[in-house]
Design a protein around this ligand. Structure first.
Ligand SMILES: Cc1ncc(COP(=O)(O)O)c(C=O)c1O
Ligand SMILES: [Zn+2]
Length: 391
């Protein structure tokens, strides 16, 4: 293993990676750091080509020493979407389909790596608030690892995620309100019972799982970066992770200096990152009365706001909010042209591309990757049979 330490991106403090860790004393999330020079001597892009089609192909860049807890997560397809792309004036559109990951969302990447590391550092019981998919994934991987899990989610989270948590034998708490209300309940539980808190960005290894989306995009393009990567942003872990992955690949010399422009997509009913980005601020303000059909991005106060905003500015990216009606129309328009039922969060990414193309921020010849972060079939109500398809 090439993991050396944990680093605070805010105050620079160095932390021991050999024991269970949450936030830095200054309140910032921590980032895992590796001996990249040694990684570069130990493995090359060419050597990765013959490895298993899962995220553990990047094991030198992951924080797990022993056998990982796995259900075969990662290495999802990166599909060209030329018909929908032509429709919105971006023929170079690609969609990475995270719906094929176990538990039906990219959250399994973070859970596989986070649970693997928590287990090897001695955790026996993990707890977290969730908008649904992360809880389903962590409950599933905790069960697979022989750990107990306690999950709290809003009462109106997708029913299937609730059921997945119960099916995996975890303890489920339903709360009235949004993910931050579930977070308050989890804080009480971890304080009282000494359970390991794996809330979004409160432990450092979920990012490590999610960053593999960034490695895969680059490897699947033949060790080349696209012009733009569009990510539906709630807690922002995926976006922060992709940015971290790109930085690591650049430090390794596996890609050049140019990075893709990263785009954080939010719903107009919950857009704290967009508001802060537009105002040129470094932190977000909690979004009041947050609501959107794209449930996974209904996060009114993301803990990693600084890291999200840094990723956008460091790459010349942007943040944009889209309406529920618009993303549902794009979900239909995409399905009819490309035959893939997206999750509403992924569809929000398409609405963002359409809008950014219309303003000229995305050029007609650019290569744009949208993350479809989950399986459309986890959200059976985004399309009603009997409603005519949109144009
Ligand atoms: C399907 C889906 N997309 C996107 C997100 C947002 O994830 P992140 O915390 O990485 O911003 C979530 C989070 O719940 C989700 O379930
Ligand atoms: Zn710090």
């Amino acid at each position: 293993m090439y993991l050396t330490h944990l680093e605070c991106p805010r105050c620079g403090a160095r932390h021991d990676a050999g024991r269970l860790a949450n936030l830095c004393a200054c309140g910032s999330p921590l980032l895992a750091r590796y001996d990249l020079a040694a990684v570069g001597r130990g493995v090359t892009p060419a050597a990765l080509a013959g490895r298993a089609a899962d995220l553990w192909r990047y094991r030198e860049l992951l924080p797990v020493a022993g056998d990982p807890v796995t259900l075969g997560e990662g290495w999802t397809p990166l599909w060209p979407a030329p018909r929908y792309g032509d429709h919105i004036g971006v023929p170079g559109l690609l969609v990475k389909d995270e719906g094929l990951v176990p538990t039906g969302s990219f959250k399994a990447r973070g859970a596989a790596v986070g649970v693997s590391r928590a287990r090897e550092l001695g955790a026996t019981h993990v707890a977290m608030p969730t908008n649904g998919n992360a809880g389903a994934a962590w409950a599933t991987y905790a069960a697979r690892a022989g750990l107990a899990a306690t999950i709290a989610m809003p009462r109106d989270a997708p029913a299937i995620c609730r059921n997945e948590v119960v099916a995996a034998g975890a303890t489920l708490h339903l709360v009235d309100g949004v993910i931050s209300d579930a977070g308050r309940l989890i804080r009480e539980i971890v304080d009282k019972d000494g359970i390991f808190d794996v809330s979004t960005l409160k432990e450092p290894y979920r990012i490590e799982g999610k960053k593999t989306m960034g490695y895969e995009i680059v490897e699947q393009l033949g060790w080349r970066v696209p012009d733009v990567i569009v990510y539906p942003t709630g807690g922002g872990v995926g976006l922060i992770g992709i940015h971290k992955a790109l930085g690591e690949l650049r430090a390794l010399g596996w890609i050049g200096d140019r990075l893709p422009r990263l785009v954080a997509v939010q719903a107009s009913g919950c857009a704290p990152v967009v508001r802060a980005f537009d105002a040129g601020e470094r932190r977000t303000e909690p979004w009041p009365d947050a609501r959107t059909v794209a449930f996974g991005i209904n996060v009114p106060a993301p803990l990693g706001d600084e890291l999200i905003l840094d990723a956008l500015s460091a790459t010349g990216g942007t943040a944009i909010a889209v309406d529920d009606a618009e993303l549902l129309a794009d979900l239909r328009a995409f399905g009819a042209r490309e035959g893939l039922l997206l999750c509403p969060e992924g569809a929000a990414g398409l609405s963002a591309v359409r809008r950014l193309r219309a303003t000229g921020w995305i050029g007609a010849a650019e290569e744009v990757v949208v993350l479809n972060t989950g399986a459309g079939i986890k959200y059976p109500d985004t399309v009603a049979a009997g409603t005519p398809p949109s144009s």
